[in-house]
Design a protein around this ligand. Structure first.
Ligand code: FES
Length: 139
């Protein structure tokens, strides 16, 4: 099976620069206990299947990748590749996420490694959506 990918140039791969942007409106999400609550009305980047955003803050012990998957469901992951810890991106037109580094470890939405050098899966967080909110449970 040929693995789909993300078009990135060699320097982007070498330096591990992800294609997914960080949420630019920091007031569009909040940490409440062990949950992250995203106001979907204020994050248009998650409006279409195949999209994603990064959530990163000193308030959080981990970097988070939230995607609106090509299965039309929301998913949240610890944004840390099981190989060298680089960030991940959703793969366009596929139901996978892929490391932004040269190794291109690719995982399905359950975090299972499909290809690449990572030996451990990506941590997947439980999510719930409704009433314009997306809740990610970090435990
Ligand atoms: S850090 Fe992800 S493949 Fe190496």
């Amino acid at each position: 099976m040929t693995q789909k990918g993300i078009k990135r140039n060699i320097l982007q791969r070498v330096f591990g620069i992800p294609s997914t942007a960080i949420i630019d409106d920091s007031s569009a999400w909040s940490v409440e206990g062990n949950t992250i609550v995203v106001d979907l009305d204020r994050v248009p980047q998650l409006g279409e299947p195949g999209s994603g955003v990064r959530i990163e803050s000193r308030e959080l012990s981990e970097r988070i990748l939230v995607i609106h998957g090509n299965d039309d469901a929301f998913h949240a992951f610890r944004n840390r590749c099981g190989h060298g810890g680089r960030r991940l991106d959703p793969v366009p037109d596929d139901t996978t996420i892929q490391c932004c580094s040269i190794g291109k470890t690719t995982c399905d939405y359950t975090g299972r490694v499909l290809s690449g050098p990572a030996k451990s899966p990506v941590v997947v967080y439980r999510v719930e959506s409704g009433s314009g909110k997306l809740v990610t449970y970090l435990d």
